[in-house]
Design a protein around this ligand. Structure first.
Ligand code: FAD
Ligand code: NAD
Length: 473
C-alpha cells in the first residue's frame, strides 16, 4: 500500500488541551498545522480528568455549602441524587463524543488526522490510522509532541491481574462500587475519595507517606485527611501495599498491617510520560522518559522539536499545559518568521510560571488553592523567607459565607525582596481567591503596595489584610 505524504509548517502530535492550543496559536500566527490524534480530540481533561472529576464533586460541595448556612440548611431535606450527578457528568463529557471539539478544530483552520503518530527522524511523523493506512507528515518548522501522560503503576505483586481502576475508570464509572480502595493520597486519590464516598462508596485511602497531598503545605493534607475521616473515609497513612489479588469479585490488598478488602481498587500514584511508543529513539531520545525541554518548551539540542504539556513533566495541570502551549506556540511562530526569541524570564516565549508561580486547586472538601512556592520549597531554594498563617474562619466575610467556617491561609514572604513567594488557602470556596494570589506572585507585587489592594467588605478576601497585618507584627 502506498503511503500518503503531506507537508505542514507545524505537526502537533496529540490533540489534548495542550496540543489543541499549540495548533491554534500557530495557525493564528499564519502557519499551517495538523493535529494528530488516535483517541478523542480534547484528551484527558475533557473526558477522563478535570471535567468529569469536577462535575462528580460539585454537587456534594454545593450541598455542603447550603448545609453550612442556617436558614438554607433547613431547605436541604434530601440526599444527593447520585443518578442525576452521574448524568450531569455524562453531559459535561458529551457522552465521550468529541464532535464538538472536532468542529472547533476545523473552524480554527487546523487539519485533523486520526491515528497514532510516531516520530521517524528529523521533522517527520508517520501516522498509522485504525485501518492500518499510514501518512508521512513533514514539518517545515516544528513538531510539537503533546502526547500527555499515563497513570504510573507501582511495583506491587499481582496488581496487573486485579483489573485495577486508573483515573479514567474512576472518573467515568457508571455506579459507585460498594467498597473502593484508593492507592495514593495525592490530587486524584483525595478528589476521587471525596467524590465516591459522597456518592455511596465506603472508601479506604492507602497513602505511602505520612500525609496526604505531600507536595502542598502540610496543613492542606492534614485538613483534607480530617475531613475525609469525618465523611467516613478510612484514611491510612504510612501504608505500603505489597501484593494484590482477586478473590471472586473482591480485591484484596496486602499491607504490613494486614489485608484490606474492597470491590474495586483505584491506583493513583502519579503519572508517567507518554513517550514509550512515539519513536523518540529515532531522534536520539530515550523512550518512556519525560521530554527535557528549555524555557521555550523546545527539546534540548533539537531546534525543531517541542515537548509541551504533561509530556515534559514540568507541571501536570491543564491550565499549565495551555500556558506552555501559548508560550511555545509564540516561539514557533517567531522562529518561523526568523524573529528574535527572547528567553529571559517572563518573556512572551518562555514558561517562567512553571518554575515559580504554578497555581492549582484541589477540589476536595475543604478546597486547597495554592500558587508558587511552599515554605519547604522556599527553604530548599535557599530563599530568605517568613511564613505567615491566619485562620480564615475569624474573618467576617468567611463567617457570613458559612456558619462555623474553618480554613487556613498561609503566605510565604521573601524577607529580602518583600514580595510573596507563595500563597495557600485551605477552606470552602477558596478556589476563586486564588487568582489574586497568582497575580501578586507573578507580578512580584511589593508587600508595601499590597496594602493598597483593599478587599471589599465582607468577603473572604479580607484574609489578605489579616496576612499583611500578621506579617507586619
Ligand atoms: C483524574 C484527573 C483529574 C484532573 N483534574 C485536573 C484539574 O481539575 N485541573 C487541572 O488543571 N488538571 C487536572 N488534571 C491534569 C490534566 O488532566 C492534565 O494535566 C492535562 O489533561 C494534560 O493535557 P495534555 O494535553 O498535555 O495531555 P492529554 O490530555 O493526555 O492529551 C494527550 C493526547 O495525546 C494523544 N496521544 C497519545 N499518544 C499519541 C500518539 N502516538 N499520536 C498522537 N496522539 C497521541 C492522547 O490520545 C491524548 O489525546 C487531572 C488529571 C487527572 C488524571
Ligand atoms: N485538581 C487538579 O488540578 C488535579 C486533580 C487531579 C490530578 N491532577 C494532576 O494530575 C497529577 C497526577 O495525580 P496523582 O494523584 O496521580 O499524583 P500525585 O503525584 O498528586 O499523588 C500521588 C500520591 O501517591 C503517593 N504514592 C506514590 N507511590 C505510592 C504507593 N506505592 N502506594 C501508596 N501511595 C503512593 C504519593 O505519595 C502521592 O501522594 C497531579 O500531580 C496533578 O498534577 C490535578
Amino acid at each position: 500500500m502506498s503511503e500518503a505524504e503531506r507537508t505542514y509548517d507545524v505537526v502537533v502530535v496529540g490533540a489534548g488541551s495542550t496540543g489543541e492550543n499549540v495548533a491554534d496559536i500557530v495557525v493564528r500566527g499564519g502557519l499551517s498545522a495538523v493535529l494528530v490524534e488516535p483517541e478523542l480530540v480534547g484528551g484527558e481533561c475533557s473526558y477522563w480528568a478535570c471535567m468529569p472529576s469536577k462535575t462528580l464533586l460539585r454537587g456534594t460541595e454545593v450541598l455542603a455549602e447550603a448545609r453550612s448556612v442556617d436558614g438554607a440548611a433547613q431547605a436541604v431535606t434530601g440526599e444527593q441524587d447520585v443518578a442525576a450527578t452521574l448524568a450531569r457528568r455524562d453531559e459535561f463529557t458529551h457522552h465521550w463524543d468529541d464532535s464538538s471539539q472536532v468542529e472547533w478544530v476545523h473552524g480554527a483552520g487546523i487539519d485533523l488526522l486520526r491515528g497514532a503518530g510516531r516520530l521517524d527522524g528529523e521533522r517527520t511523523v508517520v501516522v498509522t490510522a485504525e485501518d492500518g493506512t499510514t501518512t508521512r507528515l513533514t514539518a517545515r518548522h516544528a513538531v510539537a509532541v503533546c502526547t500527555g501522560s499515563s497513570p504510573a503503576t507501582p511495583p506491587v505483586d499481582g496488581l496487573a491481574d486485579v483489573a485495577a481502576w486508573g483515573p479514567r475508570e474512576a472518573t467515568s464509572a457508571k455506579e459507585a462500587p460498594a467498597r473502593l480502595l484508593v492507592l495514593g493520597g495525592g490530587y486524584v486519590g483525595c478528589e476521587m475519595a471525596t467524590a465516591w464516598q459522597a456518592l455511596g462508596s465506603q472508601v479506604t485511602v492507602l497513602q505511602r507517606g505520612d500525609r496526604l497531598l505531600p507536595r502542598l503545605e502540610p496543613q492542606a493534607g492534614d485538613a483534607v485527611a480530617e475531613s475525609l475521616r469525618k465523611a467516613g473515609v478510612d484514611v491510612r497513612l504510612g501504608t505500603e501495599v505489597r501484593a494484590a489479588r482477586r478473590e471472586g469479585t473482591e480485591v484484596v490488598l496486602t499491607t504490613a498491617d494486614g489485608e484490606v478488602r474492597g470491590d474495586e481498587v483505584l491506583v493513583a500514584i502519579g503519572r508517567a510520560a507518554r513517550t514509550a511508543d512515539i519513536g523518540v529513539e529515532t531522534v536520539g531520545l530515550e523512550p518512556g522518559e519525560y521530554l527535557s525541554v528549555d524555557a521555550t518548551l523546545r527539546v534540548e539540542g533539537r531546534s525543531w522539536l517541542y515537548g509541551v504539556g504533561d509530556v515534559n513533566g514540568r507541571s501536570q495541570l491543564t491550565h499549565m499545559g495551555k500556558y506552555q502551549a501559548r508560550q511555545a506556540g509564540a516561539a514557533i511562530v517567531a522562529r518561523a518568521r526568523e524573529e528574535q526569541v527572547a528567553t529571559d524570564a517572563w518573556s512572551p516565549f518562555v514558561a517562567t510560571a512553571d518554575d515559580v508561580a504554578t497555581p492549582s486547586v484541589v477540589f476536595t472538601s475543604p478546597q486547597v488553592a495554592s500558587v508558587g512556592r511552599t515554605a519547604a520549597e522556599a527553604a530548599e531554594a535557599g530563599l530568605p523567607h517568613r511564613v505567615v498563617e491566619y485562620p480564615i474562619g475569624s474573618i467576617a466575610g468567611a463567617s457570613v459565607f458559612a456558619d462555623g467556617y474553618e480554613g487556613t491561609a498561609i503566605a510565604v514572604v521573601d524577607t529580602q525582596r518583600e514580595v510573596l513567594l507563595g500563597v495557600t488557602f485551605i477552606g470552602p470556596g477558596v478556589a476563586e481567591l486564588l487568582h489574586a494570589a497568582t497575580i501578586a506572585v507573578v507580578g512580584e507585587v511589593p508587600i508595601a503596595r499590597l496594602w493598597h489592594a483593599v478587599p471589599a467588605y465582607p468577603t473572604i478576601s479580607e484574609i489578605w489584610l489579616r496576612l499583611l497585618e500578621t506579617y507586619r507584627g
